[in-house]
Design a protein around this ligand. Structure first.
Ligand code: FE2
Ligand code: FE2
Length: 304
């Protein structure tokens, strides 16, 4: 009664796990959702290193809650991917063997506590720009997971910005830390939207399937337009000499991302790629006994 795949897409309704779907659509969704899940899980690492070194109990509690949210996002998304017939164990294997990618942004280090603020402001901010349209993804379980995730991401963005505001009202040293972290994270944040439209061959198909709602360049522009006034309110200068308001377009013009760096990081040669995967692999191995215990318990329950 819901109609064929094409009819559901044309009516802008959701595809559900039991609906028929083209193999290409299924494969695209598995790739998109699992890479997103991996990004949430790996994304816990840069900031996670600051939990034990947070400057106050309040900051520690906020950061702990934030990093824990990211774990939750990863778990929702692995569950959404599993509705397409893949297994989480298998997806984890693809991540730690390097067969599947995660967002390039998490291969940069968080060097000072100001990075926690800048990651919230820019990285979670860029994630929100990317993810709000995904609440209308044509794949139902993904779209529904994104609604909850986006609510939590906006808390992440605000806690980051509030931390930076506090630091900017502090000492000269704190202001320097904020400016330095902004300089380091600005360009990698713009890379989060992916390659330029001209080099994004899958965009047209993804738009037609409504698993993507805007092109990479559109979303990048939207993010820049939001971030510039926020930087001004904060009192930091974004590290782009070309950045300026374009009266005619009613948008900001901005410089070209260093795509060579982007490709290098994607290819595994970013500052922290090896460390991130090694840490994830170690955590997975350390957790083996928990999985075994859970399986033994489930088997016992099934017998009872
Ligand atoms: Fe997240
Ligand atoms: Fe987040």
């Amino acid at each position: 009664m819901t109609g064929s795949f094409e009819e559901i897409i044309a009516r802008d309704q959701r595809i559900e796990p039991r609906d028929e779907m083209p193999d290409g659509y299924r494969a695209t969704m598995i790739r998109q959702i699992s890479q997103h899940a991996h990004s949430e899980i790996i994304g816990m690492q840069p900031e996670g290193t600051w939990i034990t070194r947070a400057p106050s109990l309040r900051r520690k509690a906020i950061l702990l809650a934030k990093v824990q949210d990211e774990a939750g996002h990863g778990l929702y998304l692995y569950s959404a991917a599993e509705t397409l017939g893949v297994d989480r164990e298998d997806l984890t294997e693809r991540l730690i063997s390097g067969k599947q990618k995660y967002s390039s942004i998490f291969n940069y280090p968080a060097l000072t506590f100001a990075d926690v603020g800048v990651i919230g402001w820019l990285v979670d901010g860029a994630a929100i720009c990317n993810q709000v349209p995904l609440c209308r993804s044509s794949y139902g379980p993904y779209a529904r997971a994104m609604i909850r995730i986006c609510k939590e991401e906006s808390f992440h963005q605000r806690q980051g910005y509030e931390l930076l505001m506090t630091m900017m009202r502090g000492t000269d040293g704190q202001r320097r830390m904020v400016r330095d972290a902004t300089d380091r994270w600005w360009w990698p944040s713009l890379m989060m939207f992916g390659p330029p439209d001209a080099e994004s061959p899958n965009t047209a198909q993804s738009l037609a399937w409504r698993v993507k709602r805007h092109t990479n360049d559109e979303l990048r522009q939207r993010f820049v337009d939001l971030a510039v006034p926020q930087a001004e309110a904060l009192g930091v200068t974004l590290p782009d000499p070309v950045l300026r308001w374009n009266e005619e377009r009613g948008r900001y013009d901005f410089g070209e991302v260093d795509w060579t760096e982007f490709k290098q990081v994607i290819a595994g040669n970013g500052p922290c790629n090896a460390q991130r995967i090694a840490q994830r692999r170690a955590a997975h191995e350390d957790g083996a006994w928990v999985r075994e215990a859970a399986e033994a318990y489930a088997a016992k329950e099934a017998v009872a």
